[in-house]
Ligand binder design. Structure first.
Ligand code: ADP
Length: 267
């Protein structure tokens, strides 16, 4: 697919590219290769996938993976309706039948049997065997599997097995550089760039706090939340507390320290 064939911007969710990720996604789509996005929560992975699916003009089916998600939740199951059993496609099967991007968000959270379903779809066979119906679906050329996970999240029992990881192209997401993050926050919130800059500076300082026991740094999503509240008329101090401090930790002492840093940074 050429660039000219991509959809015009008006129909596409806003996404500010940070590097060559849009080109990589396009190449992956064209060559029918699956892609995995690695990075912290709130760093733009979901928005990126929505943006690319829209640009390519294909449907997007998103699955938020969780502990109890089984292969049957993805492929489908027989349900009893009016005394009869009917096969109902799961989201992955729907995406394979109709084409489009199937996005498995936080794929490491899913149950172990999910990998078994993904493997034949992520090599050159590109098939989805449905044991229960006896069908073997062949993925159309406009089907693409995209998954995401957060490698920084400290949970050793929940890392992706190399046998699964090595079936995907991979792209790392981080927090955007300062200028890009200011542009993103301004575009998303409607707050003036200069006011967004102070929030972004605070986010960078919060992320740099190596010695504080925060599970995750302050995400771009949280900076957008703070800016949105401020643009809506909330006091900066209150908005920052609600959006950029409270969500980071439940520890009272740590929060006090973060609030002091915010006060110094925002003046
Ligand atoms: P993730 O899927 O990584 O958890 P999201 O894609 O939901 O994160 O991003 C959270 C929010 O951050 C988005 O809703 C958007 O407002 C903003 N965002 C982050 N990065 C970008 C970007 N590069 N372009 C546009 N918006 C972005």
């Amino acid at each position: 697919m050429s660039l000219a064939a991509l959809k015009p911007d008006a129909e596409v969710p806003f996404y500010l590219p940070i590097g060559q990720e849009c080109a990589l996604f396009q190449h992956a789509f064209r060559h029918r290769l699956p892609l995995i996005l690695k990075g912290p929560t709130g760093s733009g992975k979901t928005r990126f996938v929505a943006h690319m699916a829209a640009r390519l003009g294909v449907p997007l089916i998103t699955v938020a993976c969780h502990d109890d998600l089984t292969a049957a939740d993805l492929t489908g199951r027989y349900l009893l309706r009016g005394g009869e059993t009917h096969w109902v496609d799961g989201p992955l099967t729907r995406a394979v039948r109709q084409g489009g991007v199937c996005y498995l968000d936080e794929v490491v959270e899913a149950g172990k049997d999910v990998a078994v379903v993904l493997h034949p779809l992520t090599d050159d066979r590109r098939i989805l065997p449905l044991d229960r119906t006896g069908e073997t679906l062949i993925a159309p050329s406009n089907f693409m599997l995209v998954a995401s996970y957060n490698p920084g999240y400290q949970n050793l029992t929940k890392s992706l097995k190399p046998s699964t990881r090595q079936r995907f192209l991979a792209l790392e997401f981080g927090y955007p550089p300062e200028e890009a993050e200011v542009a993103i926050v301004a575009a998303e919130s409607g707050l003036a760039g200069q006011r967004c800059r102070a929030l972004v500076l605070l986010a960078h300082r919060l992320r740099a706090l190596g010695d504080v026991d925060l599970e995750e740094g302050c995400s771009t999503r949280l900076v957008v939340y703070a800016a949105t509240l401020i643009a809506g008329g909330m006091r900066v101090e209150d908005a920052v507390r609600a959006a950029m401090i409270e969500p980071l930790t439940d520890d009272v002492e740590t929060r006090k320290g973060l609030s002091e840093l915010a006060a110094v940074t925002l003046g």
